[in-house]
Design a protein. Structure first.
Length: 154
């Protein structure tokens, strides 16, 4: 089974960088085990990054205000509602899954989303808040745990 770990974010927007930075940290530890990529893209621009994989873990920052900063939130694609966007460029994961199905693309059948609740995803700076730094360690361990689960023999 071919597995993708994709860290999302922008590494000059404070805590928004946590997905990308976690992916970079995992690259050093998970060499050869899985494909680990990072991207600042969003919406349908991400579609081709998933083609050819059977499973995927998406790592990203999130700001819901419902959790303490530094909390890792586990989501499934079904947890995300479809969005009526002003342009297809702003479409999300549910729309991407629909398009992949319509086009019969080899797309992951299993997708896990691990999002870190952050406090500052908008400030222009290349450093994380303390809560994001601490949460990033938990986020990395949860990705590794999911990879172990997927790699256990049936």
């Amino acid at each position: 089974m071919k597995t993708l770990v994709l860290g999302l974010g922008n590494d000059i927007l404070a805590d928004d960088a946590v997905g990308i930075l976690t992916a970079r940290a995992l690259k050093d530890e998970e060499k050869g085990q899985v494909e680990i990529n990072e991207s600042a893209l969003h919406g349908l621009a991400l579609l081709e990054l998933f083609i050819g994989y059977d499973r995927a873990i998406i790592i990203d920052a999130i700001q819901t205000g419902q959790y303490e900063p530094g909390t890792v939130i586990e989501l499934e694609p079904a947890d995300l509602g479809a969005v009526t966007a002003p342009s297809p460029h702003y479409s999300g994961l549910p729309e991407m899954l629909h398009i992949a199905g319509e086009l019969n693309l080899h797309f992951p059948k299993e997708i896990k989303i691990l999002a870190l609740e952050v406090e500052d995803p908008y400030s222009v700076r290349e450093s994380l808040t303390v809560s994001a730094q601490e949460g990033m360690l938990k986020l990395k361990e949860m990705v590794k745990k999911q990879l172990r689960i997927w790699n256990e023999p049936d």
